[in-house]
Design a protein around this ligand. Sequence first.
Ligand code: GLV
Ligand code: MN
Ligand code: MN
Length: 413
Amino acid sequence: MTPRIDIDRLSAEIDSLALLSETPPPAVTRLVFSKEDQAARKMLGALFEKAGLEIRVDAVGNTFARWNGSDPARKPIATGSHIDAIPNAGKYDGVLGVLGALEAIRALQSSGFQPQAPIEIILFTSEEPTRFGLGCLGSRLMGSRLSPERAAELRDHDGKSLDELRAAAGFGSEPLASVAIPQGNYAAFVELHIEQGPILERENLDIGIVEKIAAPAALRVRFEGDGGHAGAVLMPDRRDASLGAAETALAVEHLVKSLGSSDGVGTTGIFKIKPGAINSVPFEATLEIDIRDTDHSARQAVEESLRSEIREICKRRHLLHEITTINSDPPAICAPALVEAAESSAREAGFTHRRMVSRAYHDSLFMALIAPIVMVFIPCRNGWSHRPDEFSSPSQIAKGVEVLARTLARLAS
Ligand code: GLV
Ligand code: MN
Ligand code: MN
């Protein structure tokens, strides 16, 4: 059985979805529960229906589209990803794993393949942390890594709660507790994604098969000092909150470099100061820090040393501080049998491939809490992602979708 991927149809769908954006092309911005996100969900729903899939939507908007199998006793094989996009993103991150999964199913259908186990596409709500400050909201709830109580308290920048926003989007009739899925519900979860890094392109390979997903953590640190007139408060008298924050951002860099593994990374992507006037000493500063490593204990060592360094900086500078853990997650290990299944599928299709780690996080990180997982990567130009010029060619995409289709068929037979 050779699944025939209709790459023209898939490319046209990826292009149409990219137009449902708050920013003009080529940038894609699609905030969860925005009118663009709602339009994108509608488009996907219509495509799922056209392919004859059975649709279910849960209390946070995670959408399940199922191709029923011939054996009701078999557990479903799941695949999928997200369609929300960070501000000024590209059109492939997440979308490839949703529309690519649909194309994989359509290709299997037209090849005459009949699954024994059901094959289910999952469109996850809010993989990106843009709106609620926390990544992988839908899969986190599904994997019970986020309590419904804490989720209900999440608010966006305008102070609107998740509960209020999901209700306005039409998903609010059931409690958030109903989103959790028990371990063992799915026989496997396979996510297709662009690599978001340069390795496959550099090595001129078609396919990456993920063995491990790096463990992400995110901290919010608020520094409190004393404000005043930039001309009149003399240097010995200052308690400048922004300088404590600046030292902390540098500490993130040096701690990751000295304590992290070769996969360790640390980023201070949010730096806000108050009052934010050129002639006023900053009395408050807030940082948001993202730290990741495939080696969980190395990442924990970075986190611990950072906390003690912040204490030391604040003592020396006479600042107060408060640290909030936004998330602190373990890494995910892909199931060896699924890694082998994906690898055999790539080999069978005649594509070049290698095993690799995922340094970005994905919904797979949380699906790993309830199911065996594997991810299939395709190259993207210069490893670029989270930017408008993110690009994978139609032939690279077609290969990824073919490997996904073959893997799903193998697992559902
Ligand atoms: C996902 O978008 C990530 O930040 O890894
Ligand atoms: Mn992303
Ligand atoms: Mn993604």
